[in-house]
Design a protein around this ligand. Structure first.
Ligand SMILES: [Ca+2]
Length: 308
């Protein structure tokens, strides 16, 4: 039986920070375990996390580093920058390892990753206290999520499982299988769009989640790799590029990057506080607002894109 959470995860912030740094390859396993052992019950918890990770189809710690070892974001941009205005700075739960963000009628829906710590929550814009929150099974590493109608759709990283949940209760209704890794997920209302860390996006059928089209994303003719969290807005697909301070605005027909949003100021501000990479985009169509956040960020930045 899954444990429902009240005001968010109860694991200490230091533990989350070190688990994140270990996952990102920034500290060694020995250092992580040394800290965990010093925290008594968290030592058992840490070992459980590692054991679960090794039992999964691919060890996330090894896979995360090796998969990206030969890939880095190309810092040469062809498409121009699109300006924006910062409308508001909203609070964000700094413990969340944000993997997906979606907006629906005044609420943000957010998926948070890591084995043993993954959770889903919904909340109103001006509070970090969840309206609804649920912990996921320890073998689930939550990835992108999106709201469509009365359901919430959640990708899993290596489990090849799309979870379809009730939007209000977040209760699991059914699942769909898919091949490969799951990273970002969004919807245009007629199809889903999914990323897997490569330079391709996959348009998928609403009902059966089968691939309808593969879209290769390019900027100036060069592939844009490491596409991560996604959001459909104004007829284009906004995409975080992993470990980058840019959001790509992608033409869903050609795959061409039409513009870049430079969110470097937000990334630097959050990084100075110990936050991780940018990895959350949500679109409020009614007010024309894009919400931007990241892993363990303190804030959600509400921006309004300039007219093109
Ligand atoms: Ca999103």
């Amino acid at each position: 039986m899954r444990k429902k959470r009240g005001a968010g995860p109860s694991i200490p912030a230091d533990f989350i920070r070190l688990y994140h740094e270990f996952n990102e390859g920034e500290i060694s396993m020995n250092k992580f375990l040394k800290f965990a052992r010093s925290g008594s019950i968290y030592g058992f918890f840490a070992i459980s996390c590692l054991f679960t990770a090794f039992l999964s189809t691919c060890n996330p710690f090894i896979c995360t580093q090796s998969a990206y070892a030969n890939e880095s974001s190309d810092e040469i941009f062809s498409a121009g920058q699109r300006g924006f205005e910062l409308e508001e700075v909203l609070p964000h739960n700094e413990l969340l390892f944000t993997q997906g963000l979606s907006y629906f009628e005044g609420r943000l829906f957010e998926s948070s990753g890591l084995y043993g710590l993954s959770c889903l929550s919904s909340r109103i814009l001006y509070s970090t206290r969840p309206v609804q929150s649920i912990s996921l099974d320890p073998d689930v590493f939550a990835e992108g999520c999106t709201v469509l109608g009365d359901k919430l759709y959640l990708l899993t990283w290596k489990k090849h499982e799309l979870q379809i949940r009730d939007r209000e209760s977040l209760r699991l209704l059914e699942t769909r299988r898919y091949a490969g890794a799951g990273w970002g997920l969004t919807t245009d209302g007629r199809s889903f769009w999914q990323s897997n860390g490569s330079d391709s996006l996959f348009q998928r059928d609403i009902e059966n989640f089968r691939i309808k089209k593969r879209l290769r994303v390019t900027d100036g003719g060069k592939p844009v790799r490491l596409l991560n969290e996604l959001e459909w807005a104004e007829g284009v697909i906004l995409a975080n590029v992993w470990r980058s301070d840019r959001i790509a605005g992608i033409d869903p027909e050609s795959g061409r990057v039409l513009f870049w949003l430079n969110i470097g100021d937000f990334v630097r501000e959050e990084s100075a506080r110990g936050g991780g990479v940018a990895n959350g985009i949500a679109w409020n169509e009614k007010d024309g607002i894009v919400y931007v956040t990241g892993k363990r960020w303190k804030n959600v930045y509400a921006i309004k894109m300039d007219d093109e």
